[in-house]
Design a protein around this ligand. Sequence first.
Ligand SMILES: Nc1ncnc2c1ncn2[C@@H]1O[C@H](COP(=O)(O)OP(=O)(O)OP(=O)(O)O)[C@@H](O)[C@H]1O
Length: 298
Amino acid sequence: MEMLALNHVKKRFGEKQVLLDVSFCVPEHTVFGFVGQNGAGKTTSMKLILGLLACDGGEITVGGEPVRYGNTRTNRLIGYLPDVPEFYPYMTPAEYLTFCGEINGMASGEIKHRTSELLSLVGLEGERRRIRGFSRGMKQRLGIAQALFNRPKLLICDEPTSALDPAGRKELLDILTAAREQTTVLFSTHILSDVEHICDEMAFLHEGKIALQGSLEEIRRIREEAAMELELERPEDCKELKAAFPFLKPLGSNGLLLEKSEALPEVLRFLADRRLSLRRMERREMSLEELFMEVIGK
Ligand SMILES: Nc1ncnc2c1ncn2[C@@H]1O[C@H](COP(=O)(O)OP(=O)(O)OP(=O)(O)O)[C@@H](O)[C@H]1O
């Protein structure tokens, strides 16, 4: 079942059309990466999912229920970690989570149990310091514990790793992976290696639309089919081939990169007709980064 679905969502701020037509689905119990450059509209999309902004068109459902602007009904299913979470700095993490349980009207036994379970999940068990002395990474981890307190079906995190150092990022990614046992995770990022590390699926938002989406397996397949490296025996053969197919890109002294795999049969026919010998031909493993640069035309 899909936990979240956006269908043809549109959003404009004055003259600026931020989301032109955004559709994607997040299946239950996945870790879903929502990727986009700065200013692509990731936070705007999250605010629409939370009913904090009104869509100009399209529909959003959470757990099958439609999201309505200004109506918080679907938010009972959601835990949200904003990009800069705010806390009462004079509290310890245990005091803070206890306070969250109390304002939610939970019984004290349940609050105690949940607090200890979550502090252990985020690696803050036994932490007696007050939040004012916390690093950014510790605050993000506490924010995840808070967002998970009510056992949400969907955890939404807005760029949770972008301000963290590599060690802090790794800790946070491990927590999001562990959180998948209890919930579905949607997190926005522009750090593509984070997506490669923990996501099952992803969508890439570019110029107001989803430019690329699917499981990481599917996206890897696109990468493998995307480009081919050719290495010829002699530099003059390389020159001859390049002159016949100007779209081939130089690669080292005797190599050429073929980005359009549909042109491969024609290139091979040319090599055979001219009796040019090929030393090596290999599919090129593109990084997610390179693939995105290609999608955005850079
Ligand atoms: N309330 C608003 N009024 C006017 N413009 C806005 C408003 N909120 C966002 N925008 C604009 O919409 C665009 C998308 O912003 P958004 O914050 O959703 O992007 P983002 O993908 O989250 O970027 P970042 O990675 O930098 O956080 C930006 O150009 C931003 O300036």
